[in-house]
Design a protein around this ligand. Structure first.
Ligand SMILES: [Fe+2]
Ligand SMILES: [Fe+2]
Length: 520
């Protein structure tokens, strides 16, 4: 079956959702700033081309900010809290900036005796610029590279290379000023600050703070336009923004992704996710290659193989909500941190809902990637029938790959130790034996169940037919959807009935449900 089409703007929203969380922003922050930026372009009478660049700058400003998070966390401690606090201050105001950095360092070194603490804070402050500047330069470069991989043109990428620059030259890392700062950068920086300040301090204080920064962080002329229309510009922007609003605002031309472009976009997201710390470099790619090979070996239809690969690329997108500092600490997590970490599949699914119908199957797999057959997984404690073969494969591939990677709190396991761990989980009833053996075979381990692969010996086409008739389609309807002759569909039905040992559509539907082949 052909994959539903995905619009590039849908991917931008998925990225925006994840980066909002990673940078400590409030819900739909980037989306709201996009609406504000587009309204601003409208009242200011900017041309379509300028509006297009503002649209993308607002949605994508922080897509590079996941790079080198471990370095930021190692120096400043909890990086998400630090980023949240940064949204409030005028970065060009040295006193405000230093005060915030001191607070971050005191948080990081909490529990130290007073004299040592004072010394550690002093040292941390002195070393701050040499830590920050390369990281911020890296964010700009990574943002540009990701934008290129999702096919965005050079003018948009150029603006993403200046995300921390300011009108008055007090920005980082290059200290550009005035017209050297790209126009969309100037507009979006002010628009995003307005959203954050409005969230934190209310409308009147926000306006006063924006006015105070005219000629400093923001170009005075832009501030004048903003203040003249502030009420209209901010109307309704204190609540969530829906997908349709963002799609409707996108200036022409609207790019649609074909299959290859879609794969590349998923892969770009995978790399972005994995860049948060060295321990996870390449994690999502590795899970994807194991999961896709296992799904192929188990005889799943091509659409399932594609979905499981894309889900593997993005399975940890929700992990961007969890401060890297808690992993780098190396010790046990507090209860609250564990709860937060266990919610990452929820945030992952939520991030991917912006992909609409085209991303539904992927989002559903991402949501289940830590679930276990016996209900001992997280975050929904889903059980067997709710876990499709693709979901079981993804869970097994993820568990295997994670076991053989090092983490700050444990060394990497050898392949054979990781295989033994997975087989133990099978014995405990947590992981699916077929999925585990398929993953281990894909990883080059000798399988103990050489003939276990296929679901009741069904072919990929028979699985597709089974799904459709279990969902209520007649043989004729299934034939039309799969673009095959009705007679061929009939033959598939007879063959699959005999393989799974049923004689009726209802019996087949129950089998499909039990095997997790249809959504419950
Ligand atoms: Fe993972
Ligand atoms: Fe995960």
């Amino acid at each position: 079956m052909a994959a539903p089409q995905v619009r590039r703007a849908d991917f931008l929203m998925a990225l925006a959702y994840a980066t909002d969380l990673a940078t400590g922003h409030s819900r739909d922050f980037a989306l709201r700033s996009c609406v504000l930026g587009m309204r601003f372009a409208d009242v200011a009478g900017f041309d379509q081309d300028t509006a297009r660049r503002i649209y993308h700058q607002a949605l994508l400003r922080y897509i590079g900010c996941n790079a080198d998070t471990h370095l930021l966390a190692a120096h400043w401690g909890d990086e998400i809290t630090l980023r949240r606090e940064l949204h409030d201050i005028d970065m060009g105001n040295r006193a405000e900036f230093v005060e915030l950095m001191v607070r971050a360092l005191k948080r990081r070194f909490a529990g130290m005796p007073p004299e040592e603490l004072e010394e550690a804070v002093k040292r941390g402050l002195a070393e701050g610029p040499q830590v920050n500047i390369p990281i911020l330069s890296g964010h700009c470069e990574v943002a540009q590279r990701i934008a290129e991989r999702i096919g965005l043109p050079e003018d948009i990428r150029e603006s993403l290379g200046q995300i921390y620059e300011r009108w008055d030259g007090k920005g980082m890392p290059r200290g550009l000023s005035g017209n050297a700062v790209k126009f969309p950068v100037r507009v979006v920086t002010m628009a995003q600050d307005a959203i954050a300040l409005n969230d934190h301090h209310g409308f009147a204080t926000m306006k006063a703070m924006i006015a105070k920064r005219a000629g400093g962080g923001y170009e005075a002329e832009l501030v004048d336009i903003f203040l003249a229309h502030a009420e209209k510009l901010l109307t309704g922007l204190d609540g969530p923004v829906d997908r349709e609003t963002i799609l409707a605002l996108e200036p022409e031309p609207h790019s649609m992704f074909d299959e290859d472009a879609c794969d590349e976009a998923f892969l770009a997201i995978a790399d972005m996710i994995d860049m948060r710390m060295p321990f996870t470099f390449g994690h999502s790619r590795a899970v994807a290659s194991l999961a896709a090979a296992a799904a192929k070996q188990m005889g799943l239809p091509a659409s399932d193989i594609r979905d499981v690969r894309r889900a593997a690329y993005t399975h940890d997108i929700g992990e961007l909500t969890v401060p890297v500092s808690i992993w780098m600490r190396g010790g046990p997590l507090t209860e609250r941190e564990t709860d937060e970490a266990h919610l990452h599949p929820y945030h992952g699914e939520r991030a991917l809902t912006s992909l609409g119908a085209g991303g539904k199957a992927v989002a559903s797999l991402v949501q289940r990637h830590h679930e276990r057959l016996d209900g001992s997984g997280y975050y929904r404690n889903a059980k067997g029938p709710d876990l499709s073969p693709a979901a079981r494969i993804l869970a097994a591939a993820e568990a295997f790959q994670t076991a053989r990677e090092a983490r700050p709190y444990r060394p990497a396991m050898s392949d054979s130790a990781a295989a033994a761990k997975l087989r133990a989980a099978v014995r405990e009833g947590e992981l699916c034996p077929d999925a585990v053996e398929a993953v281990l075979t894909a990883a080059g381990q000798t399988s103990r169940r050489p003939s276990s692969a296929r679901l009741a010996g069904l072919t990929p086409r028979e699985i597709e037919v089974l799904r459709l008739i279990a969902g209520g389609d007649t043989a004729k309807e299934a034939a039309r959807k799969l673009d095959i002759a009705p007679k061929t569909a009939d033959n598939h039905i007879q063959s699959l009935y005999s393989k799974i040992g049923v004689a009726t559509r209802a019996g087949a539907a129950l089998f499909a449900l039990e095997q997790g082949l249809v959504a419950a």
